[in-house]
Design a protein around this ligand. Structure first.
Ligand code: ADP
Length: 124
């Protein structure tokens, strides 16, 4: 039996689908099997950062990250929360700013879905 994990774009909202060539495991082909996080490049301007104005970054760290990202690329994606199709970033502030300053259009994100309640919790 062969298993494939597909990531299909749907207006920038991606889901993982496990497609099985056999139904012996009871799985229905094409039906989403996982609600876990997905790794995806998102445009920087698609990520809302509600706490940005209240937190300031260490510019030395940003500079070091810029040099490193130029050299070896982003090694660890930033965490992003998706609520009703809107993306929110609360951490990864230095990596985000390093991408901005490098003029990179997108950033690699680890996206998990949340509810409005999850969002409220982050904003508290
Ligand atoms: P941030 O606010 O982005 O979390 P930190 O300085 O607290 O910034 O942490 C930097 C993070 O960036 C670390 O988790 C490190 O593993 C990660 N990282 C990803 N890509 C790189 C890279 N190319 N060079 C250095 N660190 C990187």
């Amino acid at each position: 039996m062969a298993n494939f994990v597909l990531q299909l774009p749907n207006n920038l909202r991606l889901r993982s689908f496990t497609v099985s060539s056999s139904s012996s495991n009871g799985a229905t082909p094409g039906v989403p099997q996982s609600a876990g996080p997905v790794i995806l490049e998102l445009p920087l301007d698609k990520i809302r950062r509600p706490l940005m104005r209240t937190r300031s970054n260490d510019q030395q760290k940003v500079k070091e990250l810029m040099d490193s990202i130029k050299e070896i690329g982003l090694q660890v994606p930033i965490d992003v929360l998706e609520v009703d199709g809107v993306y929110y970033g609360f951490s990864g502030c230095h990596r985000y700013e390093a991408h901005q300053q490098l003029g990179l259009p997108t950033i690699r994100c680890k996206i998990r879905r949340g509810t409005k309640e999850t969002l409220r919790h982050h904003l508290r």
